[in-house]
Ligand binder design. Structure first.
Ligand SMILES: Nc1nc2c(c(=O)[nH]1)N[C@H]1C(S)=C(S)[C@@H](COP(=O)(O)O)O[C@H]1N2
Ligand SMILES: [Mo]
Length: 201
């Protein structure tokens, strides 16, 4: 037999140590986009894995949804100084994506590409071993367009600009090539715990 606690209430969730330096926790979910939200008809959506210029595999929306789905609850940190704790996502892990393509990482670096032309660079080491998803669902529902639906990259341990919305591909590159914000002065890596906001930080 189990005994109830002293009160029926659970203690507040312990959030100490989860908000990186210079950040504040928010309950809202701000929308930050450099371009208008692209709308992609589902029968035209695709995701392509490339090595350099060479396409290795392309999935349709139906095929992508048939890949193993992983659930993932993580804290996210935007460089504009908001942190949102315990966000719940579901999608295809980069591990499962590479396994489905039968591909072992051929280089150390990647660029994620999006509908609308956005891109961002992430070392492959930061995407594998359960660290990142191509997220299709947020909070138990299909990902809303303004937050990157139908699919976005999710790399929660780096600043949120690395989580490319409306993602349509992942490309292995030989060198670490700057993406959209990295070309405009943001840090090449973007570790929130080391406050790597801008190049030179
Ligand atoms: N395609 C695309 N992805 C993007 C962006 C963008 O402008 N375009 N903005 C980035 C930035 S700076 C942040 S903070 C997050 C914002 O995601 P949200 O709008 O879901 O909060 O998306 C990132 N991914
Ligand atoms: Mo951001």
């Amino acid at each position: 037999m189990t005994t109830r606690g002293f009160s029926g209430r659970r203690p507040p969730r312990d959030t100490s140590g989860r908000v990186p330096p210079g950040q504040s926790a928010t309950d809202g979910f701000p929308v930050l986009s450099a371009t208008p939200t692209p709308y992609i008809p589902m029968d035209q959506w695709s995701f392509t894995l490339k090595v350099g210029p060479k396409p290795v595999m392309t999935w349709t929306w139906e095929q992508f949804n048939a890949l193993p789905q992983t659930r993932f609850t993580r804290d996210i940190h935007c460089v504009t100084k908001w942190t949102k704790l315990a966000t719940a996502w579901e999608g295809v892990s980069i591990d499962d994506l590479l396994a489905a393509a039968g591909l072992a990482p051929p280089t150390q670096y990647t660029l994620a590409h999006s509908y609308g032309g956005y891109s961002t660079n992430v070392p492959i080491e930061d995407l594998i071993d359960g660290k990142a998803l191509v997220a299709l669902r947020y909070d138990g529902k299909p990902l809303p367009p303004e937050h990157g639906g139908p699919a976005r990259l999710l790399v929660p341990h780096l600043y949120f600009w690395k989580s490319a919305k409306w993602v349509n591909g992942l490309q292995f590159t030989r060198r670490d090539e700057a993406g959209f914000w990295e070309l405009r002065g943001y840090h090449m890596y973007g570790d929130p715990w080391r406050e790597q906001r801008f190049s030179g930080d």
